[in-house]
Design a protein around this ligand. Structure first.
Ligand code: R5P
Length: 299
């Protein structure tokens, strides 16, 4: 029997490619919130002994995690053979250590929660830094999809004389995969975080790159503080207005406009989280990774 896919509302831009590429049925998940914000979930399709896939990107996790867990529990109750969670953006990856005594290491708790309700996980470029692999957190099989080559192709098609800039050593993995794909020069800066939205970035290296178009690449744009600081430093160094590329368009309220106001020439993201800045489509990559996880008998 065909696998069956349940899409949460944020998955519109990848729905068709996933359905078509893996030859799955659309499970037409019925999901809504009651006026008091409790969640209603209903599945009307037959799922017994079928491979089930849930697509739910996990930005805004406070609102999404309960309906997701309810959907997994419902599928179990309805005797699904397996549940694969496709979370194009996987949140709760940054609090991966107890930075101050008494802090919850929420990366670990979140992984325990998801590992308890799903059988496998597919995601795009999770924020792995101190923790080197998802298998160090998650006890279920995980597939990670990398968007570096797609980002590199976008840069190659749209930008003359690019210089790829990474904000800090954590970004080195994304910067090098993007830069190496087309032999583009790159520079990784040093960042000190001063608070939730303020950072201090040492950008002295920029002075040697006059004449290039700065392209700042990071995995997450959240408050936009990191990107804004580098935009300012590029302009102070006499470089052109930079293009800001983020894999995951988390964007807290107002941060997208503030980044343009700071001097970004353009802001580009992948569609792991729906946003007006999405210009790079990771749907095919995700569909390939989901196919790898399905059993051959699912065809
Ligand atoms: C940091 O660890 C991440 O790679 C990003 O640099 C960070 O999440 C960006 O956050 P913000 O936009 O709030 O500066």
């Amino acid at each position: 029997m065909k696998p069956i896919v349940f899409f949460f509302p944020d998955s519109q831009s990848i729905r068709d490619v996933i359905i078509n590429k893996i030859g799955a049925e659309d499970g037409r998940l019925i999901y809504r919130q009651f006026p008091d914000s409790e969640s209603y979930v209903r599945i009307t399709k037959e799922v017994e002994d079928r491979e089930c896939i849930i697509v739910c990107t996990l930005n805004d996790p406070g609102n999404k995690i309960l309906p997701l867990v309810f959907t997994c529990k419902l599928l179990r109750q309805m005797r699904a053979r397996s549940i694969c969670l496709v979370a194009p953006y996987l949140s709760y990856m940054r609090q991966d250590a107890e930075f101050n005594s008494g802090e919850a290491v929420t990366s670990r708790y979140f992984a325990e929660l998801l590992s308890a309700v799903c059988d496998s996980l597919v995601t795009v470029d999770p924020h792995l830094h101190r923790i080197k692999a998802l298998s160090d957190l998650y006890t279920i099989p995980c597939r990670v999809v990398h968007s570096g080559k797609l980002i590199a192709s976008w840069i190659k098609q749209h930008i003359n004389s690019p210089l790829i800039i990474g904000p800090d050593e954590e970004s080195e993995q994304w910067v090098s995969s993007v830069a190496e794909a087309h032999g583009i020069p790159s520079l990784v800066l040093r960042k000190k975080r001063l608070g939730d939205v303020t950072v201090d970035i040492n950008a002295l290296g920029l002075l040697s790159y006059k004449g290039y178009t700065p392209v700042i690449v990071d995995d997450i744009i959240s408050s936009g503080g990191t990107m804004r600081d580098i935009v300012h430093k590029c302009l102070e160094a006499g470089l052109e207005h930079p293009v800001c590329i983020g894999i995951h368009a988390v964007f807290s309220d107002g941060s997208h406009g503030e980044l343009f106001a700071a001097g970004a020439a353009d802001i580009v993201t992948t569609n792991t989280i729906p946003h007006q800045s999405n210009k790079i489509n990771v749907g095919e990559l995700l569909a390939g990774a989901i196919s790898d996880l399905l059993s051959p008998a699912a065809d």
